[in-house]
Design a protein around this ligand. Structure first.
Ligand code: MG
Length: 175
């Protein structure tokens, strides 16, 4: 019988998230604040792209998902900066012996138009994940015929490559 391959050369991950537009909160997408008359509601800062990236990273190593690690019922995550979630997922990826090969994403929202902000989002995500900007795909579409004009949606895929086990450098946000 063949041995189970516990640490394959590559692993793929997929994440999806949606948040509703609400008045009175800043719009955070990909770790930056975009000028807009509405933001994304939710327990944390509502950063739909960072949440989908977090779930893609966690999914790639078959770890528990963002809602299990950072439950909305926990007051610690109220208004939380979603960068905390990404860092935890990235730490777990590195502890599992993997590094990010590349990430691709699609945002689906009516407004604001992402084109003007694509470069800034890409730069910020690249900094957060410590990978080159050419390893980060940021695409955007409008939700034609989907009836989701009041929401922002993000789809993310990630490819990990084996990198050898590394000790956690950052402290876990989860006690
Ligand atoms: Mg979310």
């Amino acid at each position: 019988m063949r041995a189970r391959n516990l640490q394959p050369e590559t692993r793929i991950g997929y994440g999806w998230d949606s948040h509703e537009f609400v008045k009175g909160v800043p719009l955070k997408i990909g770790g930056i604040t975009l000028a807009h008359d509405k933001g994304l509601g939710g327990h944390s800062d509502g950063d739909v792209l960072l949440h989908a990236i977090t779930d893609a990273l966690l999914g790639a190593i078959a770890a528990p998902d963002i809602g299990s690690l950072f439950p909305p019922s926990d007051p610690r995550w109220k208004g939380a900066d979603s960068v905390v979630f990404v860092r935890e997922a990235l730490n777990r990826v590195e502890e599992a012996g993997y590094a990010i090969s590349n990430i691709d994403s699609t945002l689906i929202l009516v407004e604001p138009k992402i084109g003007a902000h694509r470069g800034a989002i890409r730069k910020r995500v690249s900094e957060l994940l410590s990978v080159e900007e050419d390893a980060i795909g940021i695409k955007a579409k409008t939700p034609e015929g989907m009836g989701t004009d009041e929401a922002a949606i993000a789809h993310v895929t990630v490819l990990l490559k084996r990198a050898g086990v590394r000790k956690r450098t950052g402290r876990s946000a989860i006690k």
